[in-house]
Design a protein around this ligand. Structure first.
Ligand code: ATP
Length: 242
């Protein structure tokens, strides 16, 4: 569904992505883990067209998308939940969710979209209690829930989730990861960037480890969970000395 080949991206003269090659197949949850500053958000922003790749190929559902504008990429069925929760702060919770689904109104029944909104409220009852409240006055965690809800309302083929656990209480992180698994079962494909490596590897089918702009390890979630380097660097296990 998504393929990156030798993608390079820069901020001015600073190289943020180095020859990144990565694949996501339909129906998979793929995680990208790595330390702060590794280039994970840049990777997501390059896929969604916010940052432009200087070289390399990006293909989504067979269509080359490197160089496309973000709105063209969204229309192809690729949505991103941005890190640091961006919501339309002067609009209500309900309007934010409706906006997430705006491109669906032309082709789909209003009832189907209303059912999806019910689903969001079922997962996040706090949002239902605040349905008319202006999004900018929600707490940070509530804004994160709304940003996720809005992305789900778009019903993308591929959902890019950048640090969904950021700033959320552990119980809610668990819930979001559980729901992500459920969305996968409903046919959504997910590429997830997550600092919480343990949670990401528990959920994902496969994962990539990024360091200093490069992919340094890749494999199934089980392989990476069992990998000594991953255990020491990301899963908090003490190195074995001999
Ligand atoms: P974190 O986990 O801390 O969010 P990350 O892996 O997502 O980190 P990025 O945000 O992609 O890392 O940053 C990769 C590198 O690019 C960092 O060195 C960062 O300082 C730099 N960088 C990111 N955004 C910009 C920008 N707009 N202008 C200049 N440099 C940037």
């Amino acid at each position: 569904m998504l393929k990156l080949e030798q993608v390079n991206a820069y901020y001015g003269r600073v190289q943020a992505l180095r020859d990144i090659s990565l694949e996501v197949s339909e129906g998979e949850i793929v995680a990208v883990i790595g330390p702060n500053g590794a280039g994970k958000s840049t990777l997501m922003n390059t896929i969604s067209g916010i940052v432009s790749a200087r070289s390399g190929q990006i293909t989504f559902a067979g269509v080359p998308i490197a160089g496309c504008r973000p709105e063209q990429i969204v229309r192809l069925g690729l949505s991103q939940v941005p890190e640091r929760r961006q919501v339309f702060s002067t609009m209500s919770v309900a309007d934010n969710l409706v906006l997430g689904a705006y491109h669906r109104y032309r082709h789909e029944h209003k009832e189907t979209i209303a059912q999806d909104m019910d689903f969001v409220f079922e997962i996040f009852p706090r949002l239902k209690d605040r349905i008319k409240q202006m999004a900018g006055t929600l707490s940070g965690g509530e804004q994160q829930m709304l940003a996720l809800g809005r992305a789900w309302m778009a019903k993308p083929k591929l959902l890019l989730m950048d640090e969904p656990s950021l700033g959320l209480a552990p119980l809610l992180v668990k819930e979001i990861l559980r729901v992500s698994g459920e969305l996968r079962n409903q046919g959504m494909t997910i590429l997830l960037v997550e600092q919480n490596a343990r949670a990401a590897l528990d959920l994902a089918d496969r994962a990539y480890v990024m360091e200093s702009g490069e992919v340094v390890l890749a494999g199934s979630a089980e392989q990476l969970t069992a990998d000594a380097r991953v255990q020491t660097a990301y899963l908090g296990r003490k190195p074995v000395s001999n």
